[in-house]
Design a binder for this molecule. Sequence first.
Ligand SMILES: Nc1ncnc2c1ncn2[C@@H]1O[C@H](COP(=O)(O)OP(=O)(O)O)[C@@H](O)[C@H]1O
Ligand SMILES: [Mg+2]
Length: 382
Amino acid sequence: MPLTPEIQEKLHIAFRPHAPIDNPDDFQGREVERERVESAIVAPGLHVVIFGERGAGKTSLANVATSKKNPIKVFCEKSFSFTALCRSVLLKFAEKDPNRFIFDAKTQNIRAGGINLDLSASNFSADDFRALLPVGPILIVVDEIDRIQDQDTISRLAELCKNLSTNRPDVKLVLIGVAETADEILRGHTSNVRNFRQIALERMSESELSKIIAHGELVLGLQFDGIVKKRLVEVSDKLPYYVHLIAVSTAEQALKRGSQRVEVADFELGIKIAARDCDAELSSTYEAAIPSVRESEIYRRIVWAVSEGNARVSPTAAITQKVNLIASKENDEPVTTQAVGAALKKLITADRRAILTKEQNGLYRFSNPLMRGYVRLIRETR
Ligand SMILES: Nc1ncnc2c1ncn2[C@@H]1O[C@H](COP(=O)(O)OP(=O)(O)O)[C@@H](O)[C@H]1O
Ligand SMILES: [Mg+2]
């Protein structure tokens, strides 16, 4: 039966795969990381950098940890120069406080507290930016820094942090980006600036993922069967994004049946819908890597093999072993390591949308970290 608007609304409060968490009540786990952000943003002169994989929960963590501080938030664009970045921060200030900040779109001039500056000037500096800031504590969250292409923008941003630590210790930045290290985000500038607290956001633990499901159960007054919870957590590849994505469509199936119990059959239907709702880039890369002809079984089996287990990278021998296990389950003949090696070579090329990447040490991994969860999801739908 169709869901009522109220239930629809509740469903999207319970599980929201396509939006970061902004209400602290909906935020699960991450206690240590949250405490580290919260204590850093009140320490004079200390800035924060949050890094981790896409979908790990960086934006959600920043939202929740800064929620009481009324922050200014900006999202970076590929083409951002330092001036463009400052401009978008200042425009956010102008939105919040139009009496203090007066922006003239025509001349690109901004005026605040008796200072008038030209935002189109390419030599707009950290000092200029600082001069325009109002008095009193300020928190600025700069998200998706990894998108910025211009190296100079990043070095000047790091300089700005240093400048603020010295001259305005009550103005703090929280920098967020997809990266494995803080230095990768700041392109080598972390060592110049001592005043950064680095927060690495790893994938979630099973107990944190289970809490997301439990919270959704509470919101919806539903109960997921134990086996469904277990499979959901397994498929999610430890990313909260996948838990929300699968849980929302799975819960929807139960609700449509008019049931308060989420059963395996709901999960099996739900996961098909979840696979369809995934990022289109994931499905098109997967389809291109694995054409659906008989000869290409080896490509599919390799991609499935790489999605198994928890290792981020796999050697050819281990992949071969898993490929042959999958083959034997499908009543097919085993293949040699050489055959797998040859197929792996193709899977790292543009021809196969480079679904895999070969690391310098000869190990293979998915080029897009979200791919592993996607492949697990696809496998479940088979
Ligand atoms: N601590 C958390 N508790 C519950 N859900 C979370 C948590 N962190 C992230 N999520 C969910 O996971 C998904 C990805 O989170 P997001 O903050 O956008 O990640 P990132 O910014 O790292 O890409 C979103 O659906 C978000 O609602
Ligand atoms: Mg984000």
